[in-house]
Design a protein around this ligand. Structure first.
Ligand code: COA
Length: 297
């Protein structure tokens, strides 16, 4: 893949030399692209995902971004299982020498009205998005603290940085996504807490909240079949690209992010401000006034 498609030329190659990024959801469209950008700029990486073949295939592809890059793809890792993450973190550290940056990106979502949402469905998304993010930081923070000790900063960019991939849905609430909205509100709160609690230890924690990013699973699942011209719902006049998300990622992880902690970087062309994240072609409130036929617990 041509680097111009996923990262701006303004970033200097080599800025992430010797840094290691650990990324959950790393086989997905957005996170794999973030990791590709970091690898292009010098990092090595470990991506984890549920599907083993996919994780290994995507890791091998990302490694093409830079000659000599070391990119590990570990499959069979469900972020809901902290033991699986522990094992992956351990393999990452023993193979690549540590962890300097964490991207907590694994997420699950679908559209369903509250009256058709089972407790298990709600819990599945909370478990993947919120508990998965918790499990990710719980298992990686000790290594981020080592990273801070290794790269104490003082004019240089540091190690010990966390980025959570969240959303904008929770700012207003949206129909058909109670599970996603509640989970992402929790993720935002978790990041803010870590900024407060780990800031004194040299670790930063920030959120990236992508809006409608074209050619991603989120777009396919949540927007593409809505029948709505989504571009007209974005003040900036276009859908987002993975390059937009990657530039925000590099900004937070490079020296440019040294004093940026506890923030939310919204990358959505201001779409949420005009309520653009209503994700169904069916008008509200008809979309939620459906037959509560699956009103099961
Ligand atoms: N509407 C209503 N309920 C749904 C649903 C939908 N579209 N899709 C799944 N569910 C329910 C299931 O029926 C089940 O509930 P039940 O036991 O009461 O029947 C529950 O959610 C769990 O589903 P299951 O498929 O067993 O869970 P899973 O852990 O394998 O999958 C999901 C988790 C549901 C989040 C699944 O969509 C997923 O794995 N997504 C990963 C990728 C993804 O979503 N990416 C989105 C990026 S925006």
């Amino acid at each position: 893949m041509n680097s111009e498609n996923y990262i701006s030329k303004i970033w200097q190659r080599g800025i992430f030399e010797n840094r290691v990024v650990f990324c959950t959801g790393g086989s997905g469209d957005i996170c794999s692209s973030q990791v590709r950008a970091l690898v292009y700029l010098g990092a090595n990486a470990c991506i984890v995902g549920r599907n083993k073949q996919k994780a290994e295939r995507v890791a091998a592809d990302i490694a093409n971004a830079r000659p000599g890059a070391n990119v590990l793809g570990i499959g069979n890792v469900d972020v809901r299982k902290i033991e699986a993450l522990e094992a992956a973190v351990s393999k990452c550290v023993s193979t690549l020498g540590g962890i300097d940056f964490v991207i907590a990106g694994a997420a699950g979502n679908f559209l369903a009205p509250f009256v058709q949402l089972s407790t298990n469905a709600f819990k599945s998304v909370i478990d993947i998005d919120l508990m998965g993010s918790w499990n990710t930081v719980k298992t990686t923070v000790p290594h981020l603290l080592d990273s801070v000790a290794k790269y104490p900063g003082a004019g240089d960019y540091e190690g010990g940085r966390i980025i959570f991939i969240s959303a904008t849905l929770q700012y207003t609430g949206v129909p058909l996504n109670t599970h996603g909205v509640v989970a992402k509100a929790g993720v935002d709160a978790l990041s803010a807490q870590l900024a407060i609690e780990l800031g004194p230890r040299g670790v930063t924690s920030n959120v990236i909240a992508p809006g409608m990013i074209q050619s991603t699973e989120g777009e396919r699942r949540l927007f593409r079949n809505s029948g709505i011209d989504m571009v007209r719902r974005v003040p900036t006049g276009r859908l987002g690209t993975i390059k937009d998300v990657n530039n925000a990622t590099v900004f937070l992880l490079a020296e440019t992010g040294d004093y940026v902690n506890g923030t939310v970087q919204v990358v959505d062309g201001a779409a949420w401000r005009i309520g653009a994240q209503v994700t169904t072609g069916v008008e509200y409130p008809a979309s939620v006034l459906v037959e509560p036929k699956i009103l099961k617990l």
